[in-house]
Design a protein around this ligand. Structure first.
Ligand code: GRF
Length: 198
């Protein structure tokens, strides 16, 4: 299974995926390319240091569809079969979602459907929830909305801030993303309506 990873920034989930693939934890998988929409994404150097090809596709005043078309072309050029969003900060166009049906995966730092969108950890602190966590899900046309693959809960302590909660959740994000990819690579799952049966 050829994987393409989309990033916009730090790339810690990307690094966890690359390392899991390279150490054989995700069998029969290969990370073929990392694509960033930001030239400054720290993750680009981390990917290169792990011998993964990187491509930068900036928006350049183009429409979402035009920008996505170039990204799709890069993914196709690398024969990518599964697209992993890892801190990719742009909403995908419907064209993009249709180009890889049920083959785009994202990680979000909350227990969806709670707190979609930006700053999910801050939203959780401000709402006052006692439990939050992270979600790996398939991507559909709506923001942070597609079928849920795996979730992990994390307790919110009274002393937590958005920053400390983010750090706590991030520790679980890496292993949850790898676990989800192991299941997808194994092919032992079905999508029935909104439910992913593993
Ligand atoms: C993570 O918290 C992820 O859940 C969210 O964006 C952040 C990306 O972090 N979608 P990193 O770039 O993987 O370090």
């Amino acid at each position: 299974m050829k994987i393409g990873i989309l990033i916009s920034g730090r790339g810690s989930n990307m690094t966890a995926i690359i390392e899991a693939v390279q150490s054989g934890k995700i069998p029969k998988a290969e990370v073929s390319v990392v694509i960033s929409d930001k030239t400054s994404a720290e993750g680009l150097e981390k990917a290169k240091a792990r011998s993964v090809e990187t491509v930068v596709v900036t928006r350049k005043q183009r429409s979402r569809e035009e920008h996505d078309a170039e990204i799709i072309a890069e993914l196709r050029r690398h024969d990518v079969e599964l697209v992993c969003l890892a801190g990719y900060m742009r909403l995908l166009s419907s064209d993009f979602v249709r180009a890889f049906p049920e083959k785009i995966v994202n990680i979000h730092p909350s227990l969806l459907p709670a707190f979609p969108g930006l700053d999910a950890q801050r939203q959780a602190i401000e709402y006052g929830v006692k439990i939050s966590g992270c979600t790996v899900h398939f991507v559909d046309d709506e923001l942070d909305h597609g079928a849920i693959i795996l979730q992990k809960s994390v307790e919110v302590d009274d002393a937590d801030t958005a920053e400390s909660l983010s750090a706590k959740i991030l520790e679980y994000e890496h292993s949850l993303y790898v676990e989800a990819l192991q299941k997808i690579a194994g092919g032992n799952y079905k999508i029935i309506g909104r439910r992913v049966v593993l």
